[in-house]
Design a protein. Structure first.
Length: 238
């Protein structure tokens, strides 16, 4: 079987729009290929705007030698996704639209891109004092479990939980966007490159050596600025 030719990213995306969405109003190529961060397994993230589509949808397929993720919206549904992404503080669609390279233009494309950029620049809503207390409690709970745990398998997954909880806490208390998986690290680096490297080193040290002390010190230092660990006196739903 002959090897399938893999077109250049922009060329492949243009061909895909031409063949699969010839009547759409506009389209953007986003993701790692646009940011210059593509790897051998990167796919093409394509956002399509089509006012004839009744509801938004996402589809994965292979074409022109690429794995393609296509996100299809009408001229109302994208706004709903913008709002929902901002509420959860994970601006997936605003980021794709803001950074996206135009494949097909229409009179509203630039205004939609500016709308996305404005949301990104604004940042997520500020956490309330009550929300910070709740998050402090759950971080304290996980940290106490981590300190007292003597089972290596359980320690690993408690550490994973702490990494997610603490990264969220740092970013949200500084009104920065959060992320999961690879975007957890990227979000920390966008906030503070030096802190991100320290955060990574602390957890890497534990995973390699089993030494918990750096994680414990990191978490305590972060919590200290907001009142420290929280257990006694906390209640929820009383």
């Amino acid at each position: 079987m002959s090897e399938i030719h893999k077109a250049e990213p922009f060329e492949a995306a243009l061909q895909f729009i031409h063949t699969s969405f010839p009547n759409c109003d506009g389209a953007l190529l986003a993701g790692s290929v646009v940011r210059g961060e593509a790897t051998e397994t990167s796919d093409l993230d394509i956002v399509v705007f089509d006012q004839t589509v009744k509801s938004s949808y996402r589809e994965s397929l292979i074409d022109f030698g690429w794995n393609i993720e296509v996100f299809v919206h009408n001229l109302i549904s994208y706004k709903e996704f913008f709002i929902n992404d901002c509420v959860r503080a994970r601006p997936s669609l605003p980021r794709m639209v803001s950074e996206g390279v135009v494949l097909k233009d229409f009179e509203r494309m630039e205004s939609i891109k500016q709308e996305a950029k404005a949301l990104l620049d604004k940042g997520p809503a500020e956490w309330t004092h009550e929300m910070i207390k709740i998050k402090r409690y759950f971080i304290t709970d996980a940290l106490d479990d981590f300190v007292g745990c003597t089972n290596r398998a359980e320690e690993i997954f408690i550490a994973n939980t702490l990494a997610e909880l603490v990264s969220e806490f740092v970013l949200r208390t500084n009104r920065k966007w959060i992320g999961t998986s690879k975007w957890l690290v990227r979000s920390l680096k966008l906030y503070d490159e030096t802190f991100a490297e320290h955060f990574i080193d602390v957890f890497d040290t534990f995973y390699q050596t089993g030494d918990k002390s750096k994680i414990i010190n990191l978490v305590d230092n972060i919590l200290q600025a907001h009142g420290g660990r929280l257990f006694a006196g906390f209640s929820l739903g009383k």
